[in-house]
Each structure stands twice: as structure tokens, then as C-alpha cells.
Design a binder for this molecule. Structure first.
Ligand SMILES: [Zn+2]
Length: 316
């Protein structure tokens, strides 16, 4: 192999973009020379060996040296095998178990969803549709209209989509939990969460249901906390359902103008105006029915802390 002349070097430099990046100027000069001499006198390039699918052994030509080296180092997978693997991943995803219920969800509402039908079921479906990214929906109506059951139905749909059911809690309990963290002498074993930790859970959980909103005190502190949680959820595109036994006007007054405006923009208020569903003498649930519910050990998430998605991510 001869040393390229300065003229050949210049030419090689000008043509370098047409050749693989690891080619030396000497090699490019040779190739250019071969091109000039025409195909008849071109340097006989040995045909590169084909690359092999590591799954099925199918051979494929890959003229680019760099790609060929990459494929042989990392194992090449053909398109058919790639599709098969994709399908297997999809099936595995669908076969995942449902997320256990965070323990604050009311057992009765979970069991009662079996009987959710007619108008409550229709409206539960409407609300599920309204609960898009960052949407806030109000669900109002007198006691015994099945609001909590509708919330459980929506959470169950989330479970069936292999999503985290979300946090359910009554407004008064939410504020009591937050206040409970102020007590320095509290039992650290049972209530180890800090106020900030709890706030993060309420701001960041994938779905938040606040029930009995009419039962909260309307103090300045509670108002600030509520606005803060709901603002964060709106900004993070997380859906929230707020339920209460009050009129649309009273709900707006309870939530304050900024939140009720946002609720009107993103989701709206749904009213349960059917007669009470609670009938005297309904059969109690059997032991089997009660034991069929899968509970999480955590009041807020399906697995102690990371949430269902978090757990999936750990498995991979
Ligand atoms: Zn293959």
C-alpha cells in the first residue's frame, strides 16, 4: 500500500463524508483510486459475512461495517423475533395481578360495587370519562345515594387497567391526619409520616378521592391546605374526585372560588338526584365475600410506598 500524495490526501479529505468514519485517508484514497479505475479494475472487496438473529438464526446482509460490529457485539434480533418479544411483553403486562386496595378504601363500598347499576353506574361511567389528566370532579348528593360506591367503581376500573386505585379519605380525616403529625410525642410506629410526607402523598397520588367534604371545618388553615393540594394535582395532571352531601352552591362556597372555577373548567359537578339506595334488611356480606378483597398494608398505596407502578418498575 503506497503513501497517498498531498493531492490524494486533499481529495480524500474532501470525500471523507462518503465513507465510514473510521476509514483512514489512505483507505479513502485507495477507494477513490478504485472508483476512478472503474468497476473492472476496482479492488475486489470480499463480501462481509451476514449477521445472524440471536433468536432464530436468520441471516441478513449488513453492508455497513460499524452496524455489523454493533450487531455482533450486542446480538442482532430480526424484525419477526422483535415482534414476538413485543407480544410476549404485552401479554405479561396484561397478566399482572390487580393492585391491592389501599386500606383506607371503605370495605362496604368495594363490596357494594357489585350492585352498582342503573343511574349510579351510568354516572360513574360519565365521571370516569370526566376524570382526565388534572381534572377535578365534584360528586354531590344526599346520603345513601351510592357516591362512595361510584368512587370505588372508578377505582376498580383503574385496577383493571393495572393502575394504582388511588387514595380515598374523608375530608375530616385528611385534616386530622395532617394535624396529627404536629404532635411531637405521637407514636412513631403507627404515625411515622411527617406533615410534608402526607402532603406529598395527597398532592402526588395517581387518583385522590376526598369524601364528606361538608364535614370539614372551614378554617383558614384547612382552606390553604386544600387549595395547595388541589393546585399541585392540577399542575401535575392528576385527577381528583371531591364528594359531599351538599348543593352545588354550597360545594362552590366550601371549595372557594379558585378551586370551584377550576372544577368547572376541567371536570364539573355531577349531582346524584335519585332516591336513596339504602334499603332496610339488606343481606350482610358473607365471610367469603369479605375475604375476597385484597388489601394493601398501606392506607395510601398498593404496596407500602412506591405505588403499583413503582413496584412494576422495580421488577424490571
Ligand atoms: Zn429472528
Amino acid at each position: 500500500m503506497k503513501i497517498p500524495t498531498p493531492q490524494q490526501q486533499k481529495e480524500a479529505q474532501a470525500n471523507a463524508h462518503r465513507f465510514p468514519s473510521h476509514y483512514t485517508y489512505m483507505k479513502i484514497a485507495e477507494c477513490l483510486e478504485a472508483e476512478r479505475n472503474g468497476p473492472s479494475e476496482a479492488v475486489e472487496q470480499p463480501k462481509p459475512p451476514p449477521i445472524q438473529c440471536r433468536e432464530c438464526g436468520t441471516e441478513m446482509d449488513e453492508p455497513d461495517e460499524v452496524l455489523r460490529a454493533l450487531c455482533s457485539n450486542h446480538g442482532f434480533v430480526c424484525e419477526a423475533c422483535e415482534k414476538k418479544a413485543e407480544e410476549a411483553r404485552r401479554l405479561a403486562w396484561e397478566r399482572r395481578p390487580l393492585a391491592p386496595w389501599p386500606s383506607l378504601w371503605p370495605e362496604r363500598a368495594i363490596l357494594d360495587q357489585e350492585n352498582c347499576s342503573g343511574e349510579p353506574l351510568r354516572l360513574a361511567k360519565v365521571i370516569e370519562g370526566l376524570l382526565a389528566d388534572g381534572a377535578m370532579v365534584g360528586l354531590i348528593g344526599d346520603r345513601g345515594r351510592g357516591k362512595t360506591v361510584m368512587a370505588a367503581w372508578i377505582a376498580q376500573k383503574r385496577r383493571e387497567r393495572r393502575e394504582e386505585p388511588g387514595i380515598y379519605l374523608r375530608a375530616a380525616d385528611m385534616f386530622a391526619m395532617l394535624r396529627g403529625t404536629w404532635d411531637k410525642d405521637r407514636d412513631r410506629g403507627r404515625h411515622s409520616e411527617t406533615e410534608q410526607g402526607l402532603m406529598s402523598r395527597f398532592r402526588e397520588c395517581e387518583f385522590l378521592v376526598i369524601d364528606e367534604i361538608q364535614e370539614r371545618g372551614l378554617s383558614e388553615w384547612e382552606n390553604k391546605i386544600l387549595v395547595n393540594i388541589l393546585d399541585h394535582r392540577y399542575a401535575s395532571l392528576l385527577p381528583t374526585l371531591i364528594m359531599g352531601n351538599l348543593s352545588a352552591e354550597d360545594l362552590a362556597a366550601n371549595l372557594g372560588p379558585s378551586i370551584s372555577d377550576r372544577m368547572a373548567q376541567t371536570g364539573g359537578v355531577v349531582e346524584c338526584n335519585w332516591p336513596s339506595l339504602r334499603q332496610p334488611g339488606t343481606k350482610p356480606y358473607t365471610k367469603e365475600q369479605r375475604e375476597s378483597i385484597q388489601w394493601s398494608h398501606c392506607p395510601f398505596t398498593s404496596n407500602g410506598g412506591l405505588g403499583f407502578r413503582g413496584r412494576e418498575m422495580q421488577l424490571h
